[in-house]
Ligand binder design. Structure first.
Ligand code: SAM
Length: 248
């Protein structure tokens, strides 16, 4: 059973594509390029020119809209496409889940004629995010174990040049991923929100409990607000999320 068959049941409720991030991804892809969306999930950020969505989890596939691109149940590590089948291979917030990342990246390169576009994050910056640094060190351990450093990605694409565009996260981001609630700390106390964030959903709840209790208390006493007064004034925050563009 795919991991997201277990943790993805409420994905479509808390993980709505954010329009600003969608626009940045679309710009990286270009308007006319044919696309394979790998690790497509429920279809967030899927450009209209997508010819195929590839997704291993039945539970995620079942949450796709009826008007979304055709989808197949398959893995990045064995893409059901011929060589050079599409202009662009897209992978959004998924490479950290692949069981054989090098093979998956080789497959993206094989099927894409001109470009690979990834939306991912820099683990070394995520480690400094207040939630992990001050409250949930066990989740920081999970993230450090699964997240993919950009130099590891580059090493898997020898000879290719990577362009990295930082994506600051808006304070009202509609896609509830790991650091999306950087200015809405109460959200992390909601089990439904945590269920949509894999680094929290896959960390032992008993290890998260003390930090969540501390966060609850710090929000009640306004200690969190005192400590993060400058954060509350910001419209967006660079937590390490980025678009990686690989021209082939
Ligand atoms: C955080 S979700 C992202 C889904 C979608 N791209 C989005 O932005 O909403 C990660 C997705 O990667 C998928 N996934 C996990 N392992 C995979 C693999 N080996 N190949 C392709 N997709 C995989 C999961 O099933 C899940 O749907």
């Amino acid at each position: 059973m795919a991991k997201y068959d277990t943790i993805g049941a409420t994905y479509a409720q808390t993980r709505m594509a954010d329009p600003r991030i969608a626009a940045a991804i679309q710009e990286a892809i270009g308007d006319t390029a044919s696309v394979v969306n790998v690790g497509a999930g429920t279809g967030s950020y899927e450009p209209p020119t997508t010819v195929l969505a590839v997704e291993p989890s039945k539970v995620m596939l079942s949450q796709r809209s009826t008007v979304a691109a055709p989808a197949v149940q398959a893995l990045a590590e064995a893409l059901p496409l011929r060589d050079n089948a599409v202009d662009v291979a897209l992978a959004v917030l998924t490479v950290h889940h692949w069981h054989d990342l090098a093979r998956g990246m080789a497959e993206m390169k094989r099927v894409a004629r001109s470009r690979i576009v990834l939306f991912t994050w820099r683990p070394e910056m995520m480690a400094r995010f207040w939630l992990l640094r001050e409250y949930l060190p066990a989740a920081a351990v999970t993230d450090a174990r699964v997240a993919v450093p950009l130099d590891a990605l580059a090493a898997m694409l020898p000879g290719a040049s990577l362009r990295v565009q930082p994506v600051p996260i808006p304070h009202d981001c509609t896609d509830g991923f790991g650091a999306a609630y950087w200015r809405r700390p109460h959200a992390y106390l909601d089990p439904r929100v945590r269920a949509g964030i894999s680094m929290l959903a896959t960390t032992d709840p008993a290890e998260l409990a003390p930090g969540l209790e501390q966060l609850r208390s710090d929000l009640q006493t306004q200690r969190w607000h005192a400590r993060h007064a400058r954060l509350v004034e910001q419209e967006s925050l660079d937590v390490g999320y980025c678009i990686v563009i690989v021209d082939l």
